[in-house]
Design a protein around this ligand. Sequence first.
Ligand code: SAH
Ligand code: SF4
Length: 396
Amino acid sequence: MTATAPITQDVLTLPRKEAETDSRVNLVGLTRAGLAEALRDAGTPDKQVKMRVNQIWQWVYHWGVRDFDAMTNLSKAYRAQLADHFRIELPEMVSRQISDDGTRKYLVRIAGGHEVEVVYIPEEDRGTLCISSQVGCTLTCSFCHTGTQKLVRNLTAGEIIGQVMMARDDLDEWPEPGVGTGETGPRLLSNIVLMGMGEPLYNFESVRDAMQIAMDGEGIALSRRRITLSTSGVVPEIARTAEEIGCMLAISFHATTDEVRDRLVPINKRWNIESLLEALRAYPKLSNSERITFEYVMLKDVNDSDEDARRLLKHIKGIPAKINLIPFNEWPGSPYQRSDWKRIKAFADIIYKAGYASPIRTPRGEDIMAACGQLKSATERARKSRAQIAAEAGLK
Ligand code: SAH
Ligand code: SF4
């Protein structure tokens, strides 16, 4: 997409009013079972619960309705009863920046005043929303901007699916009455990647519930093949991801020896390359999905030699794989440099000649710091020190 609009930044909302003191249960993020229980607790007769879940689900997730009064197939009295007990509320969009390449970066405020970033990347035949699963991250990958920020908290399922709903609001993509989703051509928001802030597999249940809402055919209805979860390698949760979510998997591989991976992705000290590969070999069968994406950030003179490329091929032998080379996105104070283009091309060439797809990820939204690994809340104060980051990177 070649949008020519200059960078724009709009502050869209004022601080939210009474939301944090509102004791009504938020329906956004409840699973079908959770919604059934909530409706029952609020006095819905047992034999009606299933039908009511279906009706409300469609209003909220298919039509994007936020007001019980608009749910016209429910009686007025029941709508009023619902409004007494429940609310339908998304995280609050604080600002939106639009890059000159069309990428949109949203700053989103969640309960407690914390903020996360969400990025929308339009492409010719699809649009991908990169969503966050945590505020900050417990892990300390030394090339990642989010890794410099301590974990503040896990997002709830409602805050995770809420990012998707918020983006659909912004793109004005809820279906018109009488028109099914997808009947009007390719969707603007057609894919989700869990590649924003945080390690999704350290917030498993909420991520799972949110993605089940995204995949539910009566609502947002995205195919599991259009959802990609990226993990740094939380090995014990990988089989569970296959069984309970079944989405596509991406792995932040980034190094071909344990010595280097220990420095770049410190979770490697806990689960090393071999144990990670073992879990990955089992994934495609368990999840019935196609290829696993190996993400590989290109860091000058750290992990970008021909030898690294050849070692990488050896590691992934036998795993249906695609390799995604990510030119390192620098951030203020980052301890690494991006590999030269010539080097990235040479690395890609070795992979390609071995028969693998090896796309080089074009950095998007660089002018608004929206690229992978650059996301970081502007307001969080709980920072790791520079010295700590350098020490973790093995540079001091
Ligand atoms: N925590 C998860 C998902 C979020 S990061 C994970 O680590 O997989 C999404 C991707 O961006 C990961 O592959 C991550 O390693 C990569 N990344 C992080 N910082 C980066 C940077 N500065 N430049 C390029 N890629 C980066
Ligand atoms: Fe966390 Fe992923 Fe960044 Fe590592 S790369 S610090 S796991 S967000």
